[in-house]
Design a protein around this ligand. Structure first.
Ligand code: G6P
Length: 614
């Protein structure tokens, strides 16, 4: 949520900042801007809209400097317009700041500053922070240095922030600080970058330092130092090497990141599983949680917490863990969990699932569970992310960077990990080697299954062509596939703006059936497992109300064909692997529907990839 990139070094910062902003656009795309320091002055240029709009502005009136800060915004306080865009300047126009997060007490501080005659131009909470730094720097009786003014201002604000600040009167100095919103420092040869994630940095250096909460970094010409915000004692941090490739964060030949990431699943699920099977023993190896494995086995209950798509993975995780390991699992939205009187003790395990590893509510839920004595485990994709560092242990999904705002390959990677975890626990309990081997065989076949699914994209397109004008869609599934119905509906809402609901197929009669008529496409998830006859009956109910039936199944079946308006047949697989393959065809369907509706697939309105505010 909001992207930050900053550069200080010997190169021209403008192309570096613009490229960085393009790489970060998935974090927010309401507006963007950059501020540059040259020998004498600070220049700021910003505008509402996409980074391409900013680029045109800079093409028309080029600016230069030797260091700069950039920002792409996902609006919280103040509508997305030119004035509310970042960077924000103080009223002397000598200090510039980019901010990711929310300053909660901005109103109170603003009132005080206004009473001292300081004029404000924007509606944002971020401007309050830069004005406060300015007031403390230029007008405090204590004659604070710029660094001390930044520290003092940060100690007055309440909320979450990742910031970078520049000051015309302190040329050659860049200050960044973190409290709640991620920041990564890139340490190159005679140059430094700061990003809200590593994607704008990786092209210039692979050596990074992840800042922790309450840390501040000062970059002065060729050096950097990290300390706590509220003390000048140096904090020693180790450099981490990131193994991200440029290809992974570019679209290549694909028109959209989402399509690229759907196709990546030909190999990404295997990447997630690599080195983690023990076929002979019908089990899996998950080194990241080995220290806590016996605690999980003996746990009285497991909570799974997450947001969005990751929460849907959690619902499937519950099904799997209860099935294989017979441990009770509760799945909660992190935003609810964090404020609820949850029942947790030292026999409770909390599993937090997060692609980004930065979602604010999920992080807050982890902190709460820790405080209450639970062991916390993370299932994250981004190595070095806050959640992966704050949990006691965890498992990385290793699916590569996911840029498309609608999660695809990260979801199937999360499901893969949950299957592997459930199996590993189950094998220590009563699950037989044979059952384990069967599941592993199905998982190992998944690359070929995905290839087969991608091959029927023309059929998916055909369904989309005939249904893209619908105002509503219903998705029905039973058992382990009910969360897949929820996820299919979420994908559709996110990128095509069609209202969609996922429902347990049998529950349909208790409400949504009232909505079904000849204009309502109903996606029916109908694998030929033990639930088949039940779902078939539910499909009959839809048919009787003239709904448009789109069936997803895994074997040709003669009772399904006459009932379905469209039928998409995906490879037959293990019933616990089917949610993975089924979700891929639903991702394709959402994608094709969004293409027909001419939507901005990688940057859907109002959404952000990583939600780092509450
Ligand atoms: C945002 C994204 C979703 C994602 C959710 C949770 O809403 O748009 O795609 O599922 O955040 O993100 P996380 O990184 O914690 O999985």
């Amino acid at each position: 949520m909001c992207g930050i990139v900053s550069y200080i070094g010997k190169k021209d910062p403008v192309p570096i900042l613009l490229k960085g902003l393009r790489r970060l656009e998935y974090r927010g795309y309401d507006s963007s801007g950059i501020a540059l320091l040259n020998e004498k002055t600070l220049h700021c240029i910003k505008r509402a809209g996409k980074v391409s709009d900013l680029e045109s502005l800079i093409d028309d009136s080029p600016i230069n400097g030797y260091c700069g800060i950039g920002h792409t915004r996902w609006a919280t306080h103040g509508e997305p317009n030119d004035i509310n865009s970042h960077p924000h300047l103080d009223h002397t126009k000598k200090i510039a700041l980019v901010h990711n997060g929310i300053i909660e007490n901005y109103d109170a501080i603003k009132e005080v500053l206004k009473s001292r005659g300081i004029p404000f131009t924007s509606d944002t909470d971020s401007e309050v922070l830069v004005q406060l730094i300015s007031e403390l720097y230029y007008n405090s009786n204590q004659k604070l240095s710029f660094e001390d003014a930044v520290r003092a201002a940060l100690q007055e604000v309440v909320g979450a922030y990742g910031i970078v600040v520049l000051c015309e009167d302190e040329p050659g100095t860049m200050i960044a600080a973190r409290m709640g919103s991620p920041l990564v420092l890139g340490v190159g040869e005679g140059e430094f970058l700061i990003g809200s994630d590593a994607s704008p940095i990786v092209q210039y250096t692979r050596n990074v330092i992840y800042l922790d909460d309450n840390e501040l970094v000062i970059i002065n010409d060729d050096n950097y130092s990290i300390s706590k915000i509220d003390s000048k004692n140096i904090v020693t941090k180790t450099l981490t090497r990131i193994d991200l490739t440029i290809e992974e964060i570019e679209k290549g030949e694909y028109p959209h990141f989402m399509l690229k990431e759907i196709h990546d699943q030909r190999h990404s699920i295997s990447d997630t599983m690599r080195g983690r099977f023990n076929l002979n023993d019908g089990t899996t190896q998950l080194g990241g949680i080995s220290d806590y494995f016996s605690n999980i086995l003996l746990a009285s209950r497991i909570y799974i917490t997450a947001c969005g798509t990751s929460w849907h993975a959690g619902l499937i995780g519950k099904h799997l863990i209860e099935e294989y390991a017979r441990i009770p699992v509760h799945v909660e939205y992190a935003s609810e969990f964090r404020y609820r009187n949850v029942i947790i003790d030292s026999n409770t395990i909390l599993i937090a699932i997060s692609q980004s590893g930065e979602t604010a509510d999920t992080l807050a839920a982890i902190r709460k569970a820790k405080e209450l004595g639970a062991i916390t485990l993370g299932i994250c994709n981004v190595v070095g992310s806050t959640i992966s560092r704050e949990t006691d242990a965890g498992i990385f999904t290793h699916t590569g960077p996911e840029i498309g705002v609608a999660s695809t390959k990260a979801f199937t990677a999360q499901l893969t990990i949950l299957i592997m975890l459930a199996l590993k626990l189950g094998r220590k309990k009563n699950v037989s080697k044979k059952r384990g081997k069967n599941l592993i065989r199905a998982l190992r076949h998944i690359d070929q299954d995905v290839v087969s699914i991608l091959k029927i994209s023309h059929e998916v397109k055909e369904v989309a062509k005939h249904t893209y004008e619908a105002d509503n869609f219903l998705y029905l599934g039973r058992g382990i596939n009910f969360p897949i119905a929820l996820e299919g509906a979420l994908k559709l809402k996110e990128i095509s703006y069609i209202h969609a609901e996922g429902y347990p197929a049998a529950e349909m009669k208790h409400g949504p059936i009232a909505l079904i008529d000849k204009n309502m496409p109903v996606v029916c998830i109908a694998p030929q497992d033990e639930s088949f006859s039940k779902i078939l009956a539910n499909i009959e109910e839809v048919k009787a109300r003239k709904g448009i039936i789109i069936t997803i199944t895994d074997k040709i079946n003669y009772s399904l064909k006459p009932l379905s308006d469209y039928i998409l047949i995906i490879p037959n697989t293990h019933k616990h692997v089917f949610p993975i393959t089924c979700s891929i065809i639903l991702q394709m369907l959402a994608y094709e529907l969004a293409v027909f509706r001419d939507c901005e697939i990688d940057q859907p309105r109002n959404l952000a990839k990583s939600v780092t505010v509450e």
